[in-house]
Each structure stands twice: as C-alpha cells, then as structure tokens.
Design a binder for this molecule. Structure first.
Ligand code: IMP
Ligand code: MG
Length: 188
C-alpha cells in the first residue's frame, strides 16, 4: 500500500494550541456584553457558514444572558476551496431566506482576512435594505487585509498563521477542536 493511501481519513499536519477553550469562553462573554450594550435586544444575526458555526452558537447563548433575542439566519459563502489560499472570488452557495429590510444586523464570521468575504456580505445586506450592518469576527488577521474593511467586534487579532479548530477547518478537518490552534502541514 502506498504511504498516502495509509493516511486517507486522517487529519493532515499537526496543531499547536493558540487559545484554549477557557480563553475563548471568556472572550466570547466579553464580546456579548459589548454587542448587547451597543446594539440592544432587537437584532438580526446573519452567520457566515461554515467556519462560524461554533463561535455563533456560543455567542448567541452568551447574548441571551444579556436579553438579546435575535432573528437568526445563515449564509454559506465560499472563496477558499479546500486549500490554505483564498481564490479571491466570493460566491454564495446558500443564501439567507429571511427578509433583512430595516433590520439591525450583526454579521458574524470566523476570520477576517483579505476582507473580501465580509465586504461582499455587508454590501449584499445593505443593498437589500438592512438599516445597520455591524461585523463580528472571532479572529482578525489585519496584516492580510486586501480590502478596506474592519470589524466592529473582534475576538482575537492574530498574525499570519493558518489556524484551525472551534469551527475553523483545513480541508474540512479540525472543526471539532474545542480550542484554536495553528496548523503545521510539514509535520505529523
Ligand atoms: P477573507 O475573505 O480573505 O477575509 O477570508 C475569510 C475566510 O477565509 C474565512 O471566513 C475563513 O473561512 C477563511 N480563512 C481565512 N483564514 C483562515 C485560516 O487561518 N483558517 C481557516 N480558514 C481561514
Ligand atoms: Mg468562512
């Protein structure tokens, strides 16, 4: 049997922890306080799938403790394929189904990198008549920005590492990790 056949079904590389589950939990709680104070209880949440699903689930439950009772919808956007480099073009693979006209929207994504994904999503929601669109991301990579867009709420700012866990994937692996770590594809 060839070596690469042996590895089918195994996550590639090794992961070094950057933020523990406890650190993430504390940060999510602080973000919820900030968001509830700024936006109030009557908001609509649009989560960009797939990477934000774990962050969104935790953040929504933290927001509940501040009396926030959002409408929640999901949008699947893709610019990545299965590699570690963005292809540049953003496509909608699943759109929201709810009406956003006049809504105060909290747009949630896992990572703000080039800015293309969130710039695209925000413009789309504004064009459909959203009154306000604020951006919330778990992670920000400010050094990698290609488009002038900033998040209103940021979990952690990081450098140029490719990160996985807590919803974030490499080739659909690692989303289940309860922590965030950097991926090294040259070992493991
Ligand atoms: P942007 O459009 O370049 O800002 O890219 C944002 C999207 O790329 C995120 O929603 C992620 O899905 C993906 N992405 C960017 N960096 C990483 C990473 O380090 N790990 C996993 N996914 C990433
Ligand atoms: Mg994503």
């Amino acid at each position: 049997m060839k070596a690469d056949e042996d590895n089918v079904g195994r996550p590639p590389g090794t992961v070094e922890m950057l933020y523990s589950a406890a650190e993430i939990g504390a940060r999510v709680g602080a973000l919820a306080t900030e968001i509830a104070d700024n936006m109030g209880p009557d908001i609509m949440v649009v989560a960009v799938l797939k990477g934000s699903f774990v962050f969104t689930a935790d953040l929504l439950r933290a927001l509940h403790h501040h009396g926030v009772h959002p409408r929640i919808d999901f949008m699947t956007l893709s610019s990545y394929g299965t590699g570690t480099q963005s292809s540049g073009d953003v496509i909608i693979t699943r759109d929201i189904t709810d009406d956003v006209h006049g809504a105060k929207i909290l747009l949630i994504d896992d990572i703000l990198e080039s800015g293309r994904t969130l710039a695209f999503a925000r413009e789309l929601l504004e064009a459909r008549g959203a009154e306000v669109v604020q951006l919330c991301v778990l992670l920000d990579k400010p050094e990698k920005r290609k488009i002038d867009v900033n998040a209103d709420y940021v979990g952690f700012a990081i450098g140029d590492a490719f990160v996985v866990g807590y919803g974030l994937d490499y080739a659909h692996y690692y989303r289940e990790l309860p922590y965030i770590g950097s991926l090294d594809l040259n070992s493991g």
